[in-house]
Ligand binder design. Sequence first.
Ligand code: PLP
Length: 364
Amino acid sequence: SAPLRHYNFSAGPAVLPESVLEEAGRNLMSLGDTGVGIMEHSHRGKPFVAIIERAEALIRKIANVPDGYSVLFLQGGASLQFAMCPMNFLPDGGTADYLMTGSWSKKAGKEAKLFGKVHTACSSEATNFDRIPSPAETTYSDDPAYVHFTSNNTIFGTQFPTEPTPPGDAFLVCDASSDIFSRPVDVSKYGLLYAGAQKNLGPSGVTLAILRNDLLERKCREVPAMLDYKTYVEGQSLYNTPPTFGIYVLMLVLEWIEKEGGLSAIGERNEAKATKLYDYLDSSKLFKPTAAKGSRSLMNVCFVTGNEETDAAFIKYADERGLKTLKGHRSVGGMRASLYNAFPPAGVDKLIEAMQEFESTHAA
Ligand code: PLP
């Protein structure tokens, strides 16, 4: 009989740990012995307040968040952060610097232009975002309010090896949607770090933000309460009804990360999974990775055969073997294997096996 669960290579929403899904399932009808399901509890009641407090405490512990930072649970996805960040922190007539490494950075920059000037500090668009420009290729403006970058480019399969260093007293803003908590992170280097939850943290609908508190003093215009970071800092993310179920699952995922040994252990495992796949791709005569060496993402491995029909045939071949959602984004084509935290190493072995078999019958 068919297995209950396939290997899911989806870029997001993406695979979650099975133990988390089982635990969430057990609490749907009754959270613990409360007799009220997890989705049915008031966000102001003791059981949920304990959950959101535990989620925050786990984030502080796992990511070693320094004092002076707030952990916020927001809505509107990373896409709302594209607007909320400049709305709060980019003064009229001021400039923010954007490292343009993919479609998501461009979307972020486009929103910032509604509020001030955007300086493109670097861009790899000329080569279809196949790499992360080096620091030597990055030129900052004179006095940027902040520097924004996308740590992992989900669509193009590239990832910053380490975070850029902003000039002067500009602070660093990071869209970490597709590699948050996939490896150790030095939060003290960031002013604002945000991520939609639906890849490494839980279901869609929650956005995690980690914000350095002193930046609240740099707020440069009046904004509606729901778009003001201060509202969430002061109201402990409970100004209005938060996505309670999403925050609950996020808490379970954080518990799972801790059980797995924290970010170093998770990071090592992610590196092993991706390296195995890239090693195979580098040796293959049929499949070629699309991201430049030195810029390769450990989260989203993109590859092509160079022939669209062969790509489509492989995607179908893999799909029939329970290897699901391998189709790449249309702007790159080919295949994309997303290997987020919860993706099991055995799935990488299965993928390589399928590629070897396919390759033996479809010569380059
Ligand atoms: N930034 C990155 C790097 C992403 O991968 C995505 C979604 O895939 C987004 C932003 C948009 O996130 P959301 O759908 O949560 O607005």
